[in-house]
Ligand binder design. Structure first.
Ligand SMILES: CC(C)(COP(=O)(O)OP(=O)(O)OC[C@H]1O[C@@H](n2cnc3c(N)ncnc32)[C@H](O)[C@@H]1OP(=O)(O)O)[C@@H](O)C(=O)NCCC(=O)NCCS
Length: 231
């Protein structure tokens, strides 16, 4: 039966795979399975220095092969459980053709709340060169200019000076504290936020490609029954 719907030979049926964010030195894109394998190797080589606690879940410190399996399953799950009402866009950060880290942009009920949350990491060998600032600016541009967000939230654990500085450079201000139990350790997370009128869009130039077919998947506009299964 001819449904009248012809799938394009060039556009990906999961349009998020065609989304591209570009900064002067980086491309951010949804990772393919090959990208995930590469990112898994980058993360295995080290994300945080020994003894530092920068994540509530110490995913990077798992022994092999639990580490590799959890890493892959985490990103497959975020892809497979995507819903316009609750999504986690984990973008591969690619420099000179090499995946070097991940920049997350997450939201719940974005269409109503217009609020996003970010998280990120780079392999240790790629830290401290300004990439962290470029990748965060890229997703802030997507959120504020592409999706019409009002607020972007984030947080960093006590002592994470690089993360704090990246946020400050892009206009974030303090937004309280949260206390975490990371195993037996009590850790203070500094919560921060920035609004669409105060984020520093001038710090890093960003271009966005392929966003229009993705908008409804982010909860911007209603998907109809030809676009999204309801069972
Ligand atoms: C956080 C992270 C993504 C930032 O990326 P990055 O590429 O290292 O950051 P940038 O190089 O763009 O910027 C870092 C800034 O922090 C500053 N900085 C770094 N270490 C610092 C320290 N110990 N004290 C003061 N400032 C520091 C740098 O000088 C730079 O500021 P500047 O541009 O004004 O000079 C990266 O460091 C990382 O992956 N860290 C480990 C994982 C992690 O902490 N993830 C975030 C969890 S909230």
């Amino acid at each position: 039966m001819d449904s009248g719907y012809a799938i394009s030979m060039t556009a990906h049926p999961w349009p998020l795979f065609d989304l591209r964010l570009r900064t002067p030195r980086l491309e951010l894109r949804l990772p393919t399975d090959d990208d995930l394998l590469e990112l898994m190797r980058v993360a295995r080589e080290g994300v945080v220095a020994e003894g530092q606690t920068y994540f509530a879940v110490p995913w990077h410190a798992l022994p092999s092969p639990a580490f590799e399996r959890q890493f892959l399953q985490h990103w497959w799950a975020s892809r497979g459980s995507w819903n316009p009402a609750k999504w986690n866009l984990g973008l591969a950060v690619v420099a000179a053709g090499q995946p070097i880290g991940i920049q997350d942009l997450m939201a719940r009920d974005f269409g109503v709340r217009r609020t996003v949350v970010t998280g990120s990491w780079l392999g240790r060998g790629h830290q401290g060169r300004g990439y962290g600032t470029e990748m965060r600016a890229a997703v802030l541009s997507l959120a504020f200019e592409g999706l019409g967000a009002e607020i972007a939230e984030s947080g960093y654990f006590e002592g994470n000076a690089a993360s704090a500085r990246v946020s400050a450079k892009l206009g974030y201000v303090p937004n309280g504290e949260e206390i975490w139990a990371v195993g037996a350790e009590r850790v203070v997370e500094h919560r921060i936020r920035v609004g669409r009128d105060t984020w520093r869009r001038d710090v890093v130039p960003v271009t966005i490609e392929g966003l229009a077919p993705c908008l409804k998947l982010f909860g911007v506009g209603e998907l109809d029954a030809t676009e999204w299964a309801t069972f």
